[in-house]
Design a protein around this ligand. Sequence first.
Ligand code: S3P
Length: 176
Amino acid sequence: MKPGNVFLVGLMGAGKTTVGRLLARRLKLRFFDSDREVEQRCGVAIPVIFEIEGEAGFRAREEQVLAELTLLSGIVVATGGGAVLAAENRKRLAAGGTVVYLNARPEDLCERVRNDRGRPLLATDDPLRRLRELHEQRDALYRSVADLVIDTGAQSVQFLARELVEKLEERWKASA
Ligand code: S3P
C-alpha cells in the first residue's frame, strides 16, 4: 500500500467524486475522477461509449485508466462504481493506496442520482431495483478491497471528508 494515495470505491451516487474532491483539497493531493479520465481520452461521454462499444468496451478503457492512475503518487481517485468488478483492478487499487468504500443504502443512492442521465446502467424503469441488485452483487467486492468502510447517510459531504481525513492520517501515522 502506498501511503498518500486514496482510492474511493462504491456505488453510483455514493458521493465518491464530491467527497474525493474535498478530501484532495484538505490533504493537498491531486484529484482524479476515473470516469472523466476515460471520457477525456476518447472525447465522448460515457453513455456514448456504452452505446458504441457496449459495457465491455467501457470496462477495457476503465481498466487502462486505472492501470495508469495507480502508478501515480500523491493522488485521490474517485473510481467508477464498477471498477471493483475486474480482479486486476482490485489488485492494482489495493496495492496502489488506501481504498475507502463509501457505502450507502440503495434508497439514498437512488435519491441522489434521480435526475442524472449520465449513467447508462440506471437508464431503466426502476433504478431503485437496479441499485438494490448492484448493491447485492458488489457490496462484498467493495469490502474485500477496502481498508476503510464509511457508512454514509444523512451526513454532509464536508463532515464525511473531515471524518476521512482523521482516519487516513491516523492510519498513515501508524504505518510510518
Ligand atoms: C458504473 C458507474 C459509473 C460509470 C459507469 C458504470 C457502474 O461511475 O463508471 O456508468 O458500473 O457502477 P460512478 O460510480 O462514478 O457513477
